[in-house]
Design a protein around this ligand. Structure first.
Ligand code: URA
Length: 234
């Protein structure tokens, strides 16, 4: 592969910044300054940027992030910090995307990857992957909520009823809700349709994966190979 692409793939530099870094002598290939950014290199070459060794990661990357409130699931936003900003030490973050989205004020389990096929598979509406949210409500929940959610409810501006969802009451104003689809602001809209208001929302579970109790808001970890496979199979 070309040297400028190698640099862009192994650092946070864009391709044009990689070319600039090469031209300004910050990059060495096997201890020598390359004459051109088009130099062909491979994983066998020793390549450094500012004396730091660069290595190509093999295969795709998969992370589990405990999303804190205040960060957005987007690749760019001029007002708010991005969830990708939390992935300290992870290079090439511009190639990553979130598996579905959580609202800016929603916390909890968020998957991040650069494997488009895997995330597409996980979010496919046909797969009905369960997602469990802990929900704190402004008002006590009405008595018939379980039945209404199990039957499917009509959301504002949406002609199709929601798929059956399961509700577990923790208290009058705190519940666990499991849904099997991922419409826009779905949980908030479901409780709005029940005449209530979501005050706080936290995703605890997605498919077979539960958010680790030891992962504080803002912390992340790579998924294990078996978790990646189990999520894809689930
Ligand atoms: N449903 C919502 O309303 N918001 C989220 O962030 C996730 C699900």
């Amino acid at each position: 592969m070309r040297l400028d692409k190698f640099i862009a793939d192994t650092t946070d530099l864009t391709r044009s910044l990689a070319v600039k870094a090469i031209k300004s002598g910050r990059v060495l290939v096997n201890g020598e300054k390359p004459r051109t950014a088009a130099l062909q290199v491979s994983a066998a070459d020793r390549i450094t940027l500012d004396d730091e060794s660069l290595t190509l990661h093999e295969g795709c990357r998969y992370f589990l992030l405990h999303k804190p409130a205040g960060h957005v699931c987007a690749n760019r936003d001029s007002l708010h910090p991005l969830v990708f900003d939390l992935l300290t030490g992870v290079i090439n973050r511009q190639n990553l995307h979130t598996v579905g989205r959580l609202d800016i004020d929603t916390t909890g389990l968020l998957l991040i990857t650069d494997d488009g096929q895997w995330s597409h598979h996980l979010t496919s509406p046909r797969r009905h992957q369960p997602k469990t949210y802990r929900v704190w409500l402004a008002e006590p929940l009405r008595a018939d909520a379980e039945q209404k959610l199990a039957d499917g409810i009509l959301l504002e501006d949406d002609p199709k009823p929601t798929l059956p969802a399961e509700l577990q009451r923790i208290s009058d104003q705190e519940v666990l809700l499991t849904i099997h689809e991922g419409r826009y602001h779905q949980v908030k809209r479901m409780f709005a349709a029940l005449g209530n208001l979501v005050e706080k929302l936290h995703r605890e579970r997605m498919g077979c994966l539960t958010l680790d109790a030891g992962l504080a808001p803002g912390q992340f970890r790579p998924l294990t190979d078996s978790e990646v496979a189990a999520l894809a199979a689930g």
